[in-house]
Design a protein around this ligand. Structure first.
Ligand SMILES: Cc1cc2nc3c(=O)[nH]c(=O)nc-3n(C[C@H](O)[C@H](O)[C@H](O)COP(=O)(O)O)c2cc1C
Ligand SMILES: [Fe+2]
Ligand SMILES: [Fe+2]
Length: 404
């Protein structure tokens, strides 16, 4: 692959990571992920965001840099928008190869550069309003804390109106030859919309308030292109990805989409017996229903579908006087992601005492969910339980439709 010119004096160099590893050690990436870095070439040369040496990512970006005649030792400035190792992992090695290179990052990132990579010299703190004149092209910096870590910033190039947004406005999914939004087919647009949503739910959702704040702050810039460090570059319609992020951030407190996510588990089929009635109840109101079984399905996908759904139905048996453990893990992730204010109901079977309810109720109050009721029964469900579950799910769907 060659470096791709994205604007005069600005080039994208990137690596596509496959599906073998989990992102952040937790999230599956069946369609991989891209790591994008940017070379900005004035009289001095800056590299914006680095990679970690993951599936030959370093070889990829250095090879692409070579295609425009730039080597690692030619880099005068390394701009670190964000300290997470997917964008800094190779830092110590790079510094060894190029001891003269100055590292620019936010004040909050300076101690992290020392703690993660033992680098204390040649690090300059920059923040909102600061600029870097490369000779013929200038970069400016904007603090955008907590998109994704507290030390995060974005970099802006005014002549082309390019915003180097790092994790912000990013997506999962490998990026092929079609690097720009205007090159994507309709199918590829749909693919990246889905990969954006799962990336957002998995990586960014906890920080939705900061995303909203960041978007407000960035509105003072004339953004003509969004160049993130994961995913495609938005040069035709940067507003599209900003609006998508804005919408995803607003799902935090709801309403989200008029859709219902059902997440269920069952050991011996007793909880499962209600499933079809619950699905039928929601479907009778004509709204989309997403059904996920755990632990069979990874929470990454459950979270993505729950994030976009105004209604969430939880089906879980009791296990050792508590909720079935994989369901607890799912609700714990929901809570960490600040999946607030959903309309919900619960169903499930127990053997002799019950116990799932207590833990569920704790999640209800932590996430401020509005629970319309529960259908819980000993052993197998009766005909009455099935009818009640249908009616309750139907009512939930009605409330989801009415929530605007
Ligand atoms: C390992 C294990 C632990 C259980 N612990 C409890 C319990 O603490 N209290 C209870 O009421 N039922 C308990 N049960 C019974 C289940 O909740 C009951 O069998 C229920 O019908 C399972 O629903 P399912 O078929 O959907 O998995 C337990 C069952 C298993 C297998
Ligand atoms: Fe990150
Ligand atoms: Fe990242």
């Amino acid at each position: 692959m060659k470096a791709v010119e994205v604007a005069p004096k600005i080039y994208c160099v990137r690596a596509n990571i496959g599906s073998r590893d989990l992102f952040e050690g937790i999230w599956p990436i069946p369609h991989g992920v891209s790591l994008n870095s940017y070379v900005v070439r004035g009289e001095k040369i800056a590299l914006i965001d680095l990679v970690k040496d993951w599936e030959h990512a370093v070889d990829s970006i250095t090879e692409q840099m070579a295609s425009i005649g730039v080597t690692v030792s030619d880099i005068d400035y390394l701009i670190i928008n964000h300290m997470e190792p997917d964008h800094t992992g190779w830092l110590a090695e790079m510094r060894k190869k190029n001891p003269e290179m100055e590292i620019l990052c936010t004040k909050k990132a300076v101690p992290l550069v020392a703690a993660f990579y033992g680098i204390e010299e040649g690090v300059r703190a920059v923040g909102s309003g600061d600029t870097l004149d490369l000779g013929g092209i200038t970069l400016q910096f904007e603090d955008t804390p907590n998109i994704h870590w507290p030390e995060t910033m974005m970099t802006y190039e005014p002549a082309s109106g390019t915003l180097f947004s790092c994790d912000g406005f990013g997506a999962f999914g490998q990026v092929g030859e079609h690097l720009f939004d205007d090159q994507l087919t309709e199918e590829e647009h749909e693919f990246f919309a889905r990969e954006t949503e799962r990336y957002y739910a998995n990586i960014v959702s906890t920080f939705s308030g900061f995303v909203e704040k960041g978007i407000r702050k960035l509105s003072s810039l004339e953004i003509r292109m969004i160049a993130p460090s994961h995913g495609v570059i938005w040069r035709k319609d940067p507003k599209k990805i900003i609006d998508h992020y804005q919408k995803l951030a607003s799902y935090k407190i709801g309403p989200a989409e008029q859709e219902v996510t059902i997440v269920w588990s069952s050991m011996y089929g007793n909880t499962e017996q209600l499933l079809e009635h619950v699905i039928a109840g929601v479907a009778s109101e004509g709204i989309p229903v997403h059904v996920h079984r755990v632990p069979q399905e990874h929470v990454s996908f459950v979270l993505a579908s729950a994030w976009r759904s105004s209604g969430i139905i939880v089906g879980t048996p009791t296990y050792e006087y508590k909720m079935f453990p994989p369901m607890y893990a799912v609700l714990d992730i929901f809570e960490r992601s600040h999946l607030l204010n959903r309309k919900t109901m619960r169903f499930g079977s127990y053997g002799w005492s019950g116990g799932a309810k207590k833990q569920y109720d704790e999640f209800l109050s932590a996430m401020k969910w509005d629970c319309i009721g529960a259908v819980e029964y000993q052993g197998a469900p009766s005909q009455e339980d099935k009818e009640q579950a249908y009616e309750m799910a139907k009512e939930l769907a009605r409330q989801v439709k009415a929530w605007k």
